[in-house]
Structures are given as C-alpha cells and as structure tokens.
Design a protein around this ligand. Sequence first.
Ligand SMILES: [Zn+2]
Length: 457
Amino acid sequence: MIIRHAAVVDVEHARIISNQAIAIEGDTIRAVGPDRSLTRKFTAPRTIDAAGKFVMPGLWDMHVHFGGEQLIEENKDLLPLYVAYGVTTVRDCAEDISNFVLAWRSDVAAGKLLGPTIYTSGPKLEGHKPIWKGTIEVGSPAEVDAALDRLQAMKVDFVKITDNTLKPEIFLYAVKAAKTRGLKTSAHTPYALTIKQAAVAGLNSVEHLDYLIKAGSPQEASIGADYSAKKLSYGEAADKFVETFDPSYAAQEYRRLAVIGIYVTPTLNMTRILAYLDREDHSRDSALAYIGPGLRKTYEWRVERAAKATPAQVEARHREYELSLKVLPMLRDAGIPILAGTDVGYLNSFNYPGEGLHEELERYVEAGLTPQQALSSATITGPGFLGHSDRYGTLADGKVADILILNANPLNDVKATRDIRGVVLHGKWLDRGALDKLLADAKAKVARSNTEGAETR
Ligand SMILES: [Zn+2]
C-alpha cells in the first residue's frame, strides 16, 4: 500500500513536510519520502491519495481500564471504538478481568481481533483487603516476590501499584524489586511517602496529576505523616496538599523529579469531569450511545459519591482542578515527560473510550501546552516510556504502520485529530466509511442490550 501526496506531521519537530509518500508492506512502514522519488522505487496494489490531508502516527491512550467480571463482552466491544477515534494503542492500567485483557492483547497482535495494540499491567499490586477488585494483595516482601513471579509469567508490560491499603515500606520494596527484574512501574503513591522517595526507589510513572500537586507542597512529608497517624483523612490530606501548594517550591521539586527520571500521566479530563459533576449534566452526552448498560451502571459509583459532597468539598474539587491546569505547564517546563492518558473504560463516569483522549489533549492545550506538545504526549512519549520507540512514535522506515489521515493540520489546532479521513491499523486500511461502520455497529449493539435489559426488568 502507498499513501501519496500526504502532508506528513513531524510531531517531534513541529513541522509539516509536504507532498510525501509512505510505502507500507504488511504491518510495517518501508519508506517515507518525497512523493515523486518514492513512487519511482515502490509500487503497490493499493494507493491512497492523501492530497490536502495531514498524516500522523496513531494516538496512544496511556491510561485505560477494562473491568467488570460480568461485563466481558461490553469491554471487548470497546476495542473497535478506540480505533474509530484514531486510538491505535492503549495501556491498560489494571482492573479485575486481566485474563481476558491478556487474551485480547494476543488476539489483536495476531490480527484475530480488531482493536488497538494493548499493553497491560495485568492485576495490580495492593495491600490486603483493598477497595479494588482483582488485585494481587501483598503485605510482605515474600508476597511481593511471588506476585512479581506471577506477573512475569503473564508477560505483563509493566507493573501497576496502588495505595489503598498497601504499606509504604512494601510499596518501596515492590518498586525496587520490579526495577531489579527490569519491569517498569506505574503507581498511586501512598501518602506516607513523598513522590521523591518513590522516584528515588525507581518508580517510573506517576498516575494522575494530583500526586504532583502533593509533590509541590513544601509540607508534603508532614501532611503525609499526619495522614499516617490518622490525624487527617485521605480527603483532608488531599485538600491540604492543594492548600499548601507553593509554585516556586513546586518548580524546583519538579526539576529534581525530572532529573531523577519520572513520567506523569495527568488524566486531567477525568479530574475535570469529577470536579464538575455538581453542575454538568452528562445524561445527553452523545458518546453514551456507545457504552453498554453494564459499564454505564458502573458510572453510578462516582456520581453517587459526588452527590454526597458538601458545598465545601465541591469547592475544593473545583480548586484542585484549577490548580491542575496551572501545574501541567510547570511539569512541562521542568522536563517531566507527559503521557496522555484518560482513565476511561470502567467506573470513571462520562469519560469515553476513544473520544476521551481527544478531550484529554484539548485540556492540555487549555492548560497551556502547545498542540505539538499535546500531540507528542499521545504519540512519542508512550513508546518511549514502554521502550518501544524502535517500532512506534513516528512515521519512518521500520515503524509499525499505525497511521491517521486527518482532514486538517493538528499542529494548528489539536481538535483536528478528531477529523479523521481514515486509519491505517497495523497496515490495514480503514477509510471513513469503515470507521463509521464500527461506530454504527457499536451503537446498534448497545441499543439492543438496552432494549433487552428493559424487557427483562
Ligand atoms: Zn485509572
């Protein structure tokens, strides 16, 4: 297959290279170059004319979830949805259906299942009796070692660790032990530890920007100690990190964290949605039509929690989001690599697979990132984090042919990533008609489940 007359979006250098051709063989890009010279060297049974179009690498969503033991089919049905929105790779950050996700990972890779390339943590590590389901519960170094053995046997792509009941010393042990085994870690850091302690132990990525608000408070350690001593609840401690955030201290701390080497997945859009559930009605969101009734029901957990919030708590959530918008460009300025990720898929209300990544990128630009920086977070940084830059991240010889053909220039307006003419998914061409069919099929399936559900009620 040859894509001709394309304006190639060179995300790394923020420039457009016009009138290029891209030769693709199987799932791999064989050559990229000036249309005239390249088409002399290569012939192909199929030519895609991209005159007037903008061509860039497929998007990566670095924080999604598949979850719900009774909702296997609904989760599987989300896979084509990602593709229809131009998301060609997802990083699954754990839930309770890891065995299915691992099977889908193989089936997508083998071309048996249409979906984005999946990287997964498998089940995450937690302490004993956490609120989360499907975790591996660890309370001692020996249990961590056994858990990591299990994860390595599953050939997971990284290790996810969360802090609900995990002891801080076991958290540090897990991060170090994973590092020794050459496994990347991604986490919610226990409040009893500073983010710097986690980074020094070898933590590779901080999930959710609020943990970097915490790192930007000069009182991070003492608030954490008060939380450990049960003088503060989790929510009170979180609010205190926001209240005591100090921009000049934070700027220095972020530079130190950048030097130690840590990535962040902000999930800014999720913070925004949760912060404004008090005043935004999502019941008419058009993307709800793609979400099965079971997954939609999981949204209620967050909604009910939000409904219980006092006016002061609502105000605190708004303040936290406003601060998050200020922190994001500070992280960029400090040189902390930003991984675009959404937290979509399960539990996290009104944040939609595929669509959510576009929202996330728009939030980044609202916060002060350039469109180029936002695009970079969704194309180049993810492969860099996972160690797959040799095959992904740019349009070049030897890279996987995961390509978006857009109707407008995303370097001018990041919203152009929504305006998709077609997607090349591992060398397979899906034009606008094919993408629309994926969306229509997803919608029809959800509509059928909704009617069946209504009949059995
Ligand atoms: Zn998450």
